[in-house]
Design a protein around this ligand. Structure first.
Ligand SMILES: [Zn+2]
Length: 222
C-alpha cells in the first residue's frame, strides 16, 4: 500500500536529515509544505492566486488552503507510490484533513515521531557553536573544540547564535510539546503512531526508522 510517511520531531531532533535519507532510500518525493507553498504561490492557477492574496494581506494560509495545496501536490503522479511529508500536519484540524486526502488517494499514513530526552535536545541546541570565519560547527557538550571557544581549523573564536540562549530554547521545546501532544494522541488512537528513539548518530536513527517500516511491510504481506 502506498505510504505517506509523516515526520515529526522537535528542533534539534534531526528531522530534516531523516526526511532526506528516507526520500533517497525509498525513492519517494520529499514533500515539505513550506517549499510547495512557495512554489504554488508563484503559479497563476486559482490556488496560487488565493495563496498570494492571503499572503499580501499579511495573513496566515488557512487550514483549508493548506489542505488543498497538500492534496494537489500528493495527487501528482510522482506521489503514486507514496511520499515523505515534512511540515504538515501541525494541528488537529490539519491532521483530519490529511486523513481524508489519504483516504481519497488510497494511501496509508504512518507517523514517525523522532523523540529525544529533553535534557539531550537542550544540550544539542544550547551547546551549538559556530566559527565565524570558516563556519565549522561545534557543540560545547558533544563536540567541543580542542581548546575551549576556539576553532580547531583556524584558531578563530566560536560564537553562539543569539536565539540559542537557554531561555528561548526551553520555550521553543515546551511550545513544541504543547502543540504536538494532541496530534500524537490522535495518531496513537488511530494506530498510526511510531515513536522513534532519536538518540545517537543520524544513521543509527535512520536504521531504526527503516526497521519499523520493514516490519510494517512484512505484516502487510502476511
Ligand atoms: Zn574556523
Amino acid at each position: 500500500m502506498p505510504e505517506i510517511i509523516v515526520l515529526m520531531g522537535p528542533q534539534g531532533a534531526g528531522k530534516g536529515t531523516q526526511a532526506h535519507l528516507l526520500a533517497e532510500r525509498f525513492n519517494l518525493p520529499l514533500v515539505a509544505t513550506g517549499d510547495i507553498l512557495r512554489e504554488m504561490a508563484l503559479s497563476d492557477a486559482p490556488l496560487g492566486l488565493q495563496i498570494r492574496a492571503v499572503q499580501a494581506a499579511g495573513q496566515l494560509v488557512s487550514d483549508d488552503i493548506l489542505a488543498e495545496v497538500v492534496k494537489t501536490r500528493l495527487s501528482r503522479s510522482d506521489c503514486e507510490a507514496g511520499c515523505i511529508l515534512d511540515g504538515f500536519p501541525r494541528t488537529l484540524p490539519q491532521a483530519k484533513l490529511l486523513e481524508s486526502i489519504a483516504g481519497d488517494l488510497g494511501h496509508r499514513i504512518t507517523v514517525m515521531s523522532i523523540e529525544l530526552p529533553r535534557e539531550f535536545l537542550f544540550k544539542r541546541l544550547a551547546g551549538r557553536q559556530t566559527c565565524g570565519v570558516c563556519g565549522a560547527i561545534y557543540n560545547e557538550y558533544f563536540k567541543p573544540g580542542k581548546k575551549e571557544g576556539v576553532c580547531d581549523v583556524d584558531g578563530q573564536a566560536l560564537f553562539t547564535r543569539s536565539d540559542d540562549n537557554e531561555e528561548s530554547i526551553a520555550q521553543r521545546l515546551s511550545l513544541y510539546d504543547e502543540k504536538t501532544r494532541p496530534l500524537l494522541d490522535y495518531y496513537a488512537s488511530l494506530g498510526r503512531l511510531q515513536r522513534v528513539d532519536g538518540t545517537g548518530a543520524p544513521d543509527e536513527v535512520f536504521g531504526r526508522i527503516v526497521k519499523i517500516l520493514g516490519k510494517q511491510t512484512a505484516s502487510d504481506a502476511s
